[in-house]
Every structure is written in structure tokens, then in C-alpha cells.
Design a protein around this ligand. Structure first.
Ligand SMILES: [Zn+2]
Length: 118
């Protein structure tokens, strides 16, 4: 399952390879990657302070969400695709909260899962 997410993310043609997985009752509903598609609502600020305007992986799956769903976000590193920091930005967190997402899980710098209950 994460293999599929990885394939989508690493082939997205972007500098950052992120995949978001929408889960409902433990089942995968949708897998989305960050894309070049822009949306005026969605802007992402990276940790170095630069802005990128494109569809976040989280936003990509949020369109299919229902209240109570769980979102998992994985970032694959450029070279060897190991998992790295994928903590959603403030805007994503806000949108997920508004959409009724109950929990967000993301990979940290060590490639381990961390979770936030919304
Ligand atoms: Zn975001």
C-alpha cells in the first residue's frame, strides 16, 4: 500500500515527494500526491520560508474526505526514497480540521510515524 503511495509521490516531477493517504475505518479511501496543479486556496510554505503554490498531497485527498477520517502523510526523500519529515503545514492542518479529520499521522525526520489528534 505504501509502495503505491511511493510510486505516485516519487513520480510527481516535483522537488518534494509527498503522498497523503485518506483512511476510513482503517481502509484506504484515496491516495494523493502533491502536484503542479495550482489552486488559489492552497499555498504551502516550506520550512525555509519559501512559498510554493500547488496542490498539497493532503489537499488532494481532502476532497474525498468525510468527518472522522484519518489522513497519513509521507514524504519520500529525493535520493533513496526513505521516509522523512512530512508534517502538514498550518494551512493543511486548518483545512483538515475544518473537514472533520479526526487524526493526522505523518512521518518525521527519522522516518517514524507521529500523530496529532484534531
Ligand atoms: Zn500544506
Amino acid at each position: 500500500m505504501y509502495y503505491k503511495a511511493e510510486q505516485k509521490a516519487v513520480n510527481n516531477g516535483r522537488t518534494y515527494h509527498l503522498a497523503a493517504i485518506l483512511r476510513r475505518n482503517g481502509r484506504v479511501v484515496k491516495i494523493g500526491e502533491n502536484t503542479d496543479k495550482t489552486h488559489p486556496r492552497f499555498k504551502r510554505q516550506y520550512e525555509d520560508g519559501t512559498w510554493a503554490s500547488h496542490m498539497h498531497a493532503e489537499m488532494n485527498v481532502l476532497r474525498f474526505s468525510e468527518p472522522g477520517d484519518v489522513v497519513e502523510v509521507i514524504r519520500f526523500s529525493k535520493c533513496d526514497h526513505t521516509w522523512t519529515m512530512a508534517k502538514p503545514c498550518e494551512l493543511c492542518m486548518q483545512h483538515m480540521k475544518e473537514s472533520g479529520i479526526k487524526q493526522v499521522r505523518y512521518t518525521n525526520w527519522n522516518g517514524e510515524w507521529e500523530q496529532i489528534d484534531l
